[in-house]
Structures are given as structure tokens and as C-alpha cells.
Design a protein around this ligand. Sequence first.
Ligand code: PXG
Length: 454
Amino acid sequence: MSSNNTQTQEWQVLSRDHHLAPFSDFKQLKEKGPRIITHAKGVYLWDSEGNKILDGMAGLWCVAIGYGRDELADAASKQMRELPYYNLFFQTAHPPALQLAKAISEVAPDGMSHVFFTGSGSEGNDTVLRLVRHYWAIKGKPSKKVIISRMNGYHGSTVAGASLGGMTYMHEQGDLPIPGIVHIPQPYWFGEGGDMTPDEFGVWAAEQLEKKILEVGVDNVGAFIAEPIQGAGGVIVPPATYWPKIKEILARYDILFVADEVICGFGRTGEWFGSDFYGLKPDLMTIAKGLTSGYIPMGGVIVRDEVVKVLNEGGDFNHGFTYSGHPVAAAVGLENIRILRDEKIVERVKSETAPYLQNRLRELSDHPLVGEVRGVGMLGAIELVKDKARRERYVGKGAGMICRTFCFDNGLIMRAVGDTMIIAPPLVITLAEIDELVEKARKCLDLTLAELEK
Ligand code: PXG
């Protein structure tokens, strides 16, 4: 193990002897030992070696209001003393879940005033699958079961979530997707656009939805699910032609549209939801992450009123979780939304910090290693290439991982998805902190280029 610090070593031994970490190579992690994060404030993390790190990923895309807000701790503590647990089953409810449902409906797009709570985004998407099929059964069209999703989309890690997702490396480890879920190509122009212009490619990628609906048969298709901007897939901002064409196609066929807002929701694009940013009209929206700024686990599904009207006629919906609408999580979510609203954090992202971040990030386009910089709001991606004009990669060199390691060692968390570097900082990041982020990123691009050209 890498550290000389005995406290760090102790924790790494606990990891080696007792912990199986998510999305990790267990054996490799045992040998190397994890970096131990001990505390955080604002946009900064500290590790057990005393390093201060600018968190360019807001944890895992979730810490919208930044670390260390006592108000959320106080809300949790107060609720734990008053009613630490009760459920929403069997015709009971409690104030925090009901108040949070109302608060969410106030920031959600018009006509989406009901929420089904879950414990996570994955559970939210499991709920989506159950809701979609239940909806069509009530409407007398039980054959409309198939859900169309996208390759390289991310919708979670439960069996339904991973099936809806289009990550082949997840499908390979569990005989997924489950039946009734099919995938179409993603609108990733930089990686897959070939000789088409971005606009041509956006139309082509959207047309794959119509092609798939016709192939499966509209009588068999229940819904299309998509992230407004793919997050875990590499911050894939679709070409400008994509969503308008998808909207046109959705209007032609009687299927539901599910926006997975787990990353885009609660201000990340500078609007409350990615659907607001693109003018989409989803029937269902999956939420999590920014809902509680990650201070406590919680997810849910926001449902359009017309859909609720149908569900109201369907008798029991036989689905729910012990922790659906957990009172402590709900109290934290309420306080988080209050802070987002009262401090006008979403407005400030839109008018000030996001334009600044996007401008500053694009300055990196002149770097010899950078093939494209793209982003929206507090989401950004930097493509690492060997040849800019031909969008040619460094084959087999692991450029992204090299860059990610340099970033970590230089006090910046910037993630790598293959050779795409991605950022999603807390929404409260300041202009000075954005400067620091971009300057550190440039330095690490220099170090990465030098390493690759060695
Ligand atoms: N939908 C989207 C769009 C997500 O980004 C989920 C659903 C699932 O949420 P839960 O709460 O069940 O994790 C997510 C989660 C990564 C990474 O590598 C991204 C997520 C989770 C884990 C890793 O970027 N997003």
C-alpha cells in the first residue's frame, strides 16, 4: 500500500480486509489501497494525507450546494428526534414526505405535480419500468411493454437500471439487459459522428428512435428513456438538431417519454431540470443526487398529471420501498431545495457561473491534446486526442487515466470516461474557484501530453 501515514494505512487495511467497493477491481484495490477522504467544505475535499483537493465532480455529480452546510445536518437531526422513521405504505404518511413532494412539484415543469419516492436513482428507474407497464395495462394495452433506451446511457446499477442503461461492460456481467429493453445509438458526435456534420448526425441519431419504434411495433413500445445530457457516458451534449427531432418523433407515436434527470435535475444545466433546458415535455422524470445534494440517499419519479389520472384508475400499485420518502431524507431534501431557491443558486449558475465556466473551459481547446471541449451549465467534457483534425485517439495508452491521476496528484478531481475528461463541480463554485479548476486542468493536460509523448 502506498501511504507512509499510519492512520491512512490502518484505514487501508480495513478496506483490504473487509470492504468490497462499488465499480472496482477488488484485487487491484486491495494491493493499492483506496485514497481516504476524511472531510470537506464548500468545493474542497481533504484526504487522510492532508491533501486539499478541488472536487470537480461534486462527489458523484450530487453535491449541488457544496459540502459542509450545517442547515442540512440540523434538518436531519431535528427530524431524527421527532420521527426518525415511518413508512408511506398502507395508507399512512408523514409531513416531511408530503411537504417535499409539494416543494418538488413547485420547481418541476408545469403539469408534473406528483412524486413517487425511492431510495436512489436506480430504484427510481426500476419504479419507472413498473409504472410504465402498469400504466399501459390500465389503458388496456398490456402489450406496450418494451422500453427503448440508448447505448452508453446510464440509468443505474440494479437489474432494471443496468438493463435500461446501455453500458455493455455492465450487461456482460449478469446476462443483461432483461427482456423488453432495447437500445438505439447515442448522439455522441465526437466519438461516432464519422463524416457527418454534428447537425446531420443529430438528425440521424434521433431517426434511430423512429426506426426502432417501427421495428418493435408501436403496439409493443411503452416508453423511451433518456438523460437530457448523458452524464456517466461522458457528458455527451447532443447536437442541436437531436432533441427537436426526437420531440417530433415522440409526438407521432403514442409512447411515454421518460427523462432521467438524476444528473441534470436540480439546477445542473442552469435550469431546474434538463427538460426545461431543452424544452422537453416528459411524462416521467427520474430524480436523485441533487435532490438532497447527496447529503442523504433519496430518489424518486415525478409523474405528469395525465399519467397520474390513468394510474388513479388502476387499483393498487404493488411497488414500493421500506425507505420510500424516508422522513429524515425528506427533511434534508426540503432544506436543500429551500437553499437552492432562497440563495438563487440555479439562477446564478445560469446567469453568471456557468457562462464563465464554459468560456474558461473552451480556452483549453487550443491545447494540442484537446480535440473538443463541450458542456452545458455545470457540466463539461474535454476530449483527449492525438490528432485534433481527424479526432484520432492515442490507442492503448490510457490517456484518460493518466490525466485523471495527474489531476488527483495536483489537487483536482476530474474524472476520465475512456479518453474523455469530465467535470461537474458543485453548483456553488465561485469564479475564483473556476479559475483554479481550469488552471489545474491545463497543467494536468501539459503533464499528460508530456507523458504520452515520452
Ligand atoms: N440515472 C442517472 C442518469 C445516473 O447518473 C443513476 C440513474 C442511478 O442512481 P443511483 O442513485 O442508483 O446511483 C445515475 C447514477 C459515474 C457514476 O461513474 C454515475 C452514477 C452512479 C455511479 C457512478 O459517473 N450515476
